[in-house]
Structure formats: C-alpha cells, structure tokens
Design a protein around this ligand. Structure first.
Ligand code: CTP
Length: 324
C-alpha cells in the first residue's frame, strides 16, 4: 500500500465511531482502513461524533485499544456538533491538530544525531551448567528508556540481560548478554562511540569464584559458595568518560536514600542519578510503575509521583536533554 508507506504521519480527521470501531478491530473494507493497516508512520486520529456515541463505553474502549496499539488521539472537544446538539464529541480544532503535530515532530527529532547506550535487566552468574546467581530485575525500566530514546530519534544501543526483548522499538541495536562480565565487555566497547549512557541494569555485585564444569552433586548437609566481586561497569565508564559524554546511573536504596545516592553519584563520576526507592509498594523490580527521584551532581533533587515506567522514562530523558 503505497499511501501508507510514503507518509511521515497519517491524520484521520474526522474519525467517526464506525471508523474507530473498524480500525480497532482490524477491518479492511475501504481505502482508508487498508491504508491504516499498511501504514508504518505515526497515526493520529480525531474522534468526531454525536455526544451519546462519544460517551458510549464501546467508543471509549475502541479509543483505548487504538492508543494501546500506539496510535495518538487528537482529543474531541466540547461544542456544537453536526447534529445541532451541543456537547462532547466535536472534532479537535484544526489549529490544535496542527500544533499537536508540530510538537510531536519537534520532540521526535530532538535527539536525532545522538548515540546513546542503555543497559537493562539482571545478570546471571553461573554456578554450574544448570544453576546461577541472579536477581529479580525484569529490565522493564531500561527497555522503556531505550524505547523513549529511539522515539526521540536517537541511535540506541541496548545491552540487555537475560529477559525478554519483546516490545522494543525497531531501530534499537540490541546486544544480548548473560553475565556481568559480558555486560562489562559490551558496555565498555560501545561507550566509546556514545554521547551518553544510562545504566539501569541490576548487575550482580558478586559472582562465583569458579564455575563447575559438571553439575554439582548433592553431598554434605551444608554447602558454601565462594563469591568474588564483579567489575563495576558504571564506575569504569565514569573514569573513562570525556567532558562531552553524559553518564546517568541508577541507585537502589533501602535506607538513607538521598545521601547514599549522592555518594554513589560522586564516586562513579555521574551527571545525574535515578534513585529508586524500595520502600514504595508500586515501584521497583517487575512492577509496571516506578517512583523515582532524579539527583543532579550539584545536589539538585527532582521528585516525581508513582507513574508508568514509560512516563518515568520521559522524565529521565527531559533532564538528560538539558545536558546534551
Ligand atoms: N552497577 C554497575 N556495575 C556493577 C554494579 C552496579 O554498573 N557491578 C551500576 C548499576 O547499573 C547502577 C549503579 O551501578 O546504575 C548502582 O547500582 P546499585 O546496585 O544501586 O549500587 P552498587 O554500586 O552496586 O552498590 P551497593 O550494592 O553497595 O548499594
């Protein structure tokens, strides 16, 4: 479908209740729907219909489905409707549509030309061929950051621990690793070509001193595993970075959070640090939401409410953009 491939953006205005229903369920019985299904550019749609149709839960559900597929709503306003009634369902004003598109393209090209490294997920440190020492990190926060960077036009290198790589923006250059050492090697090599790095991975601090070649058999009642420190990737990049490179780390703290995070920031030569508190019920490992405080090297603190990880990623990038 040439039309869907050629465009930089696709604006469907007005989008009737019928069109929204068909779009959200994959119908393809006219030219508009065929173009929509073939489009690989951002799609904006402006619902426009009578107030009762707009208020119907089916319509609300269809709009939500379309948003979940990545389409962008141009919200309907209140006012005079085609039927002569007055209420919610009036198509977004053309000036507002124009402004929304302008803002969208300004944001989505804001990091064009920048190359940024992100790491995410846990690391697994082998004990023997069937066991490892690991942690509960899901990699969701780092993946959200990588996606948000790609959406702003950056070239993104993501070094990802052993978690799913589903849902990543198609432009992200992915390196999959398993151990802290593999993550160290990949990150130190890639950092040299990057303008900035955001290290969100939950890298193991210790790994087994040695890895058994064969499965360790059960013998005595007690078993002691000797561990040795892994290399600190963030600290290494902090020591390597030139004055133009921006380095962002994460801190996971359970007590004296602000002081500990600030100490980490200074010790590792960071520009700012993202403090995750484990004391918040809706934040942390495996959750869909997070609550962070961003701390800059001058000690300035930015606090945020608990919100979806994709929105937390935007807050982090808004601060990063002021440095780049
Ligand atoms: N980090 C790293 N390499 C390691 C350990 C941690 O790059 N071997 C990075 C993490 O990705 C994170 C930051 O260091 O960005 C802080 O991690 P955190 O676990 O909070 O602190 P640690 O430095 O490991 O110190 P501690 O566990 O004592 O709090």
């Amino acid at each position: 479908m040439e039309l869907g491939k050629w465009a930089d953006a696709f604006v469907i205005a007005p989008a009737t209740a019928n069109t929204l229903a068909k779009m959200s369920h994959g119908f393809c019985d006219n030219l508009l729907l065929a173009t929509y299904l073939s489009a690989d550019c951002p799609v904006f749609f402006a619902p426009a219909m009578d107030l009762d149709m707009y208020a119907h839960p089916t319509t609300a559900n269809n709009i939500l489905r379309l948003n979940n597929f990545g389409n962008i709503t141009l919200p309907a306003g209140n006012g005079e409707l085609a039927s002569g009634l007055v209420g919610h369902g009036r198509m977004c004003e053309p000036e507002e549509i124009h402004q929304t598109l302008e803002n969208y393209f300004a944001l989505h090209t804001s990091l064009k030309g920048k190359t940024i490294l992100v790491n995410a997920g846990p690391t697994y440190e082998k004990i023997d061929p069937v066991r490892f020492v690991g942690n509960y990190s899901s990699g969701k926060m780092g993946k959200a950051i990588a996606n948000a960077l790609a959406q702003r036009g950056a070239t993104v290198h993501l070094v990802l621990g052993p978690v799913s790589s589903e849902g990543l923006h198609h432009t992200i250059q992915l390196t999959c690793i398993e151990s802290a050492e593999e993550m160290y090697d990949a990150c130190t090599e890639l950092f040299a070509v990057c303008d900035a790095a955001i290290l969100s991975a939950a890298v193991a601090d210790y790994k087994p001193v040695s890895q058994a070649k064969q499965k360790i058999k059960k013998k005595s009642d007690e078993f002691t595993l000797d561990l040795v420190k892994t290399k600190d990737i963030l600290k290494t990049l902090g020591a390597q970075k030139n004055e133009k490179q921006i380095l962002v780390g994460f801190a996971l703290e359970t007590q004296n959070e602000y002081e500990n995070a600030l100490t980490k920031l200074k010790k590792k030569n960071l520009d700012f640090i993202v403090l995750n508190s484990m004391n918040d019920a809706d934040a942390g490992f495996g959750k869909e939401t997070n609550k962070v405080t961003l701390i800059e090297k001058n000690g300035k603190k930015h606090t945020f409410d608990t919100k979806p990880k994709a929105e937390v990623a935007e807050d982090i990038l808004n601060l990063l953009s002021t440095y780049l």
